[in-house]
Design a protein around this ligand. Sequence first.
Ligand code: ATP
Length: 342
Amino acid sequence: MPRSSPSLAKLELTGVSRDFGSVTALDGLSLTITGGEFIALLGPSGCGKSTALNCLAGLLPLTAGQITLDGKRVDTQPAEKRGFGMVFQNYALFPHLSVERNVAFGLKMRGVGKSEIRDRVQEALQLVHLEHLARSHPGQLSGGQQQRVAIARAIVLRPPLILMDEPLSNLDAKLRLEMRTEIKRLHQELGLTTIYVTHDQEEALSLADRLVLMKDGKVQQIGTPEELYAKPVTPFVADFMGFRNQIPGTDSFTFADATWTSDSTVTGASIAMCRPEDLRVGVPQNAIEVTVEVVEYHGRQFLLEVRTESGLALHAVSPEALAPGDKVKVGVAPDRLLVFGS
Ligand SMILES: Nc1ncnc2c1ncn2[C@@H]1O[C@H](COP(=O)(O)OP(=O)(O)OP(=O)(O)O)[C@@H](O)[C@H]1O
């Protein structure tokens, strides 16, 4: 297995589009991916992320645009010619074949010799920690183990690109976290260029080198996890990245007892946004009085739904337990408050 030696230098998508009748599912996606990068395509249901992945895989022809791999056009090639590894949410394993035969299948189809198949399958199973289950059948495995087989089956082919479509969405919360770490570890070990589709921002932030956030078939922002987390460029991106509190205004954001100030200044600002974890009981800046309506226990702190005197619902946190009906002051530091123009 080639360790940390990416087998592709550059994948380039230029104006990649796909229509279904009058619906434009993917609208002019342009993106340059460097060998070894882990890219997450992120966005709400229906934003076009699976369409983008299927266009890359060769399962869907493009309506416009082109895809090149190290300068060579690949969007005109059939899926099997591209030779990309694919991992989907339904593992699509052969139920009648043992784990090792499932993993060996693609190599056999490519005419690889018997002893090389044996070595490569063994190595792939070691990488996903499944050597001990080589002779089992998929029906005898847990969901997480089956997904590991699906991953082994993709990496054993040493593909130039791995495409993953919501691979963890069928797993329970604990397994999902375990497999997330596993995927990260494999990527660090093998350096395989990976494109990963998810609607889960936490998953995307924790796995990817760069995120591509989409809405209605169009790219909204491309950046590192830190950039999208701290500097979302539009209210849509901010909302998707967890800025749940949205305060409408016209250039200023005024409450009964304070006018909020932000470090980010925008002329013609029409919305201010902050995360629930930044609107806190005990923060003195931008403090306003609110009435507690709902209290949720979250381990180290309590998540509150509160209402301002003017009737605006907000989400905040408190280090101490409060009860519905309590009146408290919540505040947000100006550097944690973003403002956007319309
Ligand atoms: N085969 C198809 N025929 C017609 N419309 C389609 C087809 N496939 C996708 N679409 C439409 O294209 C848009 C994008 O779909 P896509 O499956 O790419 O979104 P997605 O972001 O992957 O969503 P999800 O997270 O729900 O899978 C949607 O409006 C969808 O209804």
